[in-house]
Design a protein around this ligand. Structure first.
Ligand code: LRH
Ligand code: MN
Length: 431
């Protein structure tokens, strides 16, 4: 079978599951209508919710302690796009991918575009990479890229970003995500203000090169790989940068890029309040930048973030247009199964947030009724919206239960045949 042909993958829902689903969905619609909610409007809202998939999450991830690769993993951008199109087919909610350059720089844009057309997927924000030295690269980013004291290194990093924009333009992206690993491991190693000023200066040149309809997302992170000071360490630094660049510069919130117990929904509310929330890298974590499946560790926190987003959407907040993207790394789970879980968790989180009665909430907040305010949120969060999210997918040809449908499809076993494992001589660059 030629690599280009995608074997027909059966995603039909099992008849018994269909019957159970219809009963569960009818019960939920009945309960929602008794609460005065419009189930069809809610279902349509869930169908409008879309998230972009990270190409770099389709191969097994790893840590410095090891990597346990799985069978049938994608070896090329085309194979990652095949996997992405299956995730979209089963969830009906992930029609775009995020490219990471140079990991996805195949050098053949025409082929990438024809594969995208054939597989029915589009392109969200493109990601730059100055956190690794590429084979044949002239100058090293060991001591930073835009913050590097060497003007030549900064120039090289700017040239890289201009190339990323070029590739993005060719595939139809409209945003550039900039995460910088720049930072230091020891006090004294780096000028804390000088490094930030150099980053701002370089980003001004990149921002000036953006097409008029593009946005630039700055992504903050508290530590790793820098273990003393990271130049763009927190949302405040990211916001200062975005505000200094221009209207089309906004902040990207990677859920894993916060110190333990940070109140991320509060950060989201702050950025929404000043019109600088550019988008998200959804994932979950217990300790650090663990890149675990979204909703797997702190599902209530994820719901509270969606609550802020739905409220902003309903208030038609000026400039509200967040780019929803996933950023995960799968060390133990099958990457496709984890991404199917993730899209489902995001669809559920969004649906629950759409169930919040914001008028009632505002009245309890105004009257200082703490208990009733909390209960208003919890009533939405504790509503089992799975039948409605499943129905939203089913009506779009998606699966009631994407993970079970994927397992029943035999896709991974088939790919294990089509994609013989490449023995990794050196640690793959995308880890
Ligand atoms: C940094 C990060 C960033 C990506 C990388 C793969 O931790 O979240 O968004 O470039 O992961
Ligand atoms: Mn990220």
């Amino acid at each position: 079978m030629a690599a280009t042909d995608v074997a027909p993958i059966r995603t039909e829902n099992d008849p018994a599951a269909e019957r159970d689903h219809q009963r569960d969905f009818t019960d939920l619609v009945d309960r929602l209508e008794r609460q005065g909610r419009d189930a069809e409007a809610l279902l349509a809202a869930v169908q409008r919710f879309e998230v972009a998939l990270p190409t770099w999450a389709f191969a097994t991830g790893g840590t410095r302690f090891g990597r346990f690769s799985g069978a049938g993993e994608p070896r090329t951008l085309r194979e990652k796009m095949e996997d992405a199109s299956l995730v979209h087919r089963l969830t009906a909610g992930a029609p775009r991918i995020s490219l990471h350059i140079p990991w996805d720089d195949t050098g053949d844009i025409a082929e990438v575009l024809s594969d995208a057309r054939r597989l029915g997927i589009g392109f969200d924000a493109v990601n730059s990479n100055t956190f690794q030295d590429q084979p044949g690269q002239r100058l090293s980013y060991k001591l930073g890229s835009f913050s590097n004291p060497s003007a030549a290194v900064r120039r090289q990093a700017i040239e890289h970003h201009l190339r990323v924009i070029e590739i993005g333009k060719q595939v139809g992206s409209q945003a550039l995500t900039v995460w910088l690993a720049d930072g230091s491991n020891y006090p004294g190693q780096m000028s804390l203000r000088g490094s930030f000023d150099r980053v701002r200066e370089c980003l001004q040149e990149v921002y000036a090169a953006l097409p008029d309809d593009w946005r630039l997302f700055t992504e903050h992170k508290p530590y790793e790989p820098a273990f003393y000071a990271t130049v763009v360490q927190d949302w405040g630094s990211s916001l200062v940068l975005a505000q200094s660049l221009g209207e089309r510069a906004q902040c990207l919130v990677d859920l894993g890029h916060h110190l333990p117990n940070a109140n991320i929904e509060l950060i989201v509310a702050r950025l929404l309040g000043v019109g600088r929330l550019g988008g998200f890298h959804f994932n979950d974590s217990k300790y650090g930048d663990d890149d675990l499946t979204a909703g797997s560790i702190k599902p209530y926190a994820l719901f509270l973030i969606f609550n802020e987003l739905v409220l902003a959407e309903r208030e038609r907040l000026p400039g509200f247009d967040p780019a929803y993207m996933i950023d995960q790394s799968h060390n133990l789970k099958d990457p496709i199964e984890s991404l199917l879980q993730t899209v489902d968790q995001l669809q559920q989180g969004y649906a629950k947030a759409c169930l919040v009665d914001h008028e009632e909430l505002a009245s309890h907040q105004a009257s200082g009724d703490v208990i009733m305010a909390e209960r208003t949120l919890k009533r939405a969060y504790e509503t089992d919206v799975r039948p409605l999210v499943a129905e939203a997918r089913r009506r779009r040809g998606g699966a009631l239960d994407p993970v079970l449908a994927f397992r029943a499809s035999g896709y991974r076993a088939q790919k294990a045949i089509e994609r013989p494992v490449i023995a990794h001589t050196v640690a793959p660059t995308h880890l």
